[in-house]
Design a protein around this ligand. Structure first.
Ligand SMILES: Nc1nc2c(c(=O)[nH]1)N[C@@H](CN(C=O)c1ccc(C(=O)N[C@@H](CCC(=O)O)C(=O)O)cc1)CN2
Length: 294
């Protein structure tokens, strides 16, 4: 049986620590950290994720300010709201849940967020800092959560061959940049135009898959004793949630694997809390959050 990388359990442990941390700020007379959460429309999955984010904020003592906007919201209206939140000193972080309705230009919205309040780390300035190895940026939540999980389970990343399947701005690209930081690992990024995907995945010591295709990765595609990180969350017609990796088929060949659900997803949510606290700490003259140190 491989080591199961239990993101649900680890995220609960981290949340308990963050709760104590927030209590220590309040006991110093500081205000509560605050996160603005913007949801446009009523995508069912987004509603679930936003609810989890808000519940987690509440648990650790972060104020979450909800902005649930109708599907018909215009880009101008959304940009106006972001402008107001950028100027509000009591708001530490701003999160716009993705995907946005198709009539709104996602990149323009991301770029409107003050990079210092960009808890998702999607702003080009934060992406650029990650790409150039600068330590004072904000790391996107899913890659940060995966990194924290690998370090917690003492999975060696140095000099490893890492293959990332999926080149999205949210996961694949920042994940690759994180593994490249300090020339830690050798990284291959595969995407929809990659020829012979299997030729690449078979060589991976660490395989990260984030494409949104149920059970794409089967046992013939993974290296013996490798570590497999499944970022996919796919809802099947029967309501079951499965990842991009065929877990039952792959599990006996690998040394460690994340389950879906209960793996990367909860680590994404806890990383949002960490990023919010990191911004709050910098504002109050503390160092960035230690869990963001790579
Ligand atoms: N602004 C952002 N939008 C989106 C992000 C993001 O990081 N920032 N990532 C994804 C969705 N996401 C966070 O928003 C997210 C995905 C999955 C989970 C999660 O806990 N999943 C559960 C299973 C899901 C379920 O029960 O329905 C799990 O894996 O155990 C949390 C957050 C896209 N948008």
């Amino acid at each position: 049986m491989p080591l199961i990388l239990n993101g649900k359990e680890l995220s609960e442990t981290i949340k308990k620590e963050l709760k104590l941390e927030v209590e220590s700020y309040i006991s110093k007379g500081l205000r509560k950290p605050a996160l603005a959460v913007i949801l446009v429309g009523s995508d069912p999955a987004s509603k679930v994720y936003v609810r989890r984010k808000k519940e987690s904020c509440e648990y650790v003592g972060i104020s979450s300010l909800s902005f649930n906007l109708p599907e018909s919201t215009t880009e101008v209206e959304l940009l106006e709201l972001i402008g107001k939140l950028n100027g509000d000193d009591d708001v530490d972080g701003i999160l716009v849940q993705l995907p946005l309705p198709s009539h709104i230009n996602t990149q323009r919205v991301i770029e409107a967020i003050n990079p210092e309040k960009d808890v998702d780390g999607f702003h080009p300035l934060n992406m650029g800092k990650l790409a150039t190895g600068k330590d004072d940026g904000i790391i996107p939540c899913t890659p940060l959560g995966i990194w924290i999980m690998l370090k917690h389970y003492r999975i060696e990343t140095f000099k490893k061959d890492v293959v990332v399947v999926g080149a999205s701005n949210i996961v694949g690209k920042p994940m690759s940049l994180l593994f490249l930081k300090n020339e830690e690992a050798t990284v291959t990024v595969c995407h929809k135009n990659t020829k012979n995907l299997k030729d690449h995945t078979q060589k991976a010591d660490i395989l990260v898959v984030a494409v949104g295709k149920p059970k794409l990765i089967t046992d013939d595609m993974v290296k013996e004793n490798s570590v497999v990180i499944d970022v996919g969350i796919n809802r099947l017609e029967d309501g079951k949630i499965v990842g991009d990796v065929d877990f039952d088929n792959v599990k006996d060949k690998v040394s460690a694997i994340t389950p879906v659900p209960g793996g990367v997803g909860p680590m994404t949510v806890v990383s949002l809390l960490i990023n919010t606290l990191s911004i709050y700490r910098k504002k109050h003259g503390f160092s960035p959050h230690p869990l963001t140190e790579i």
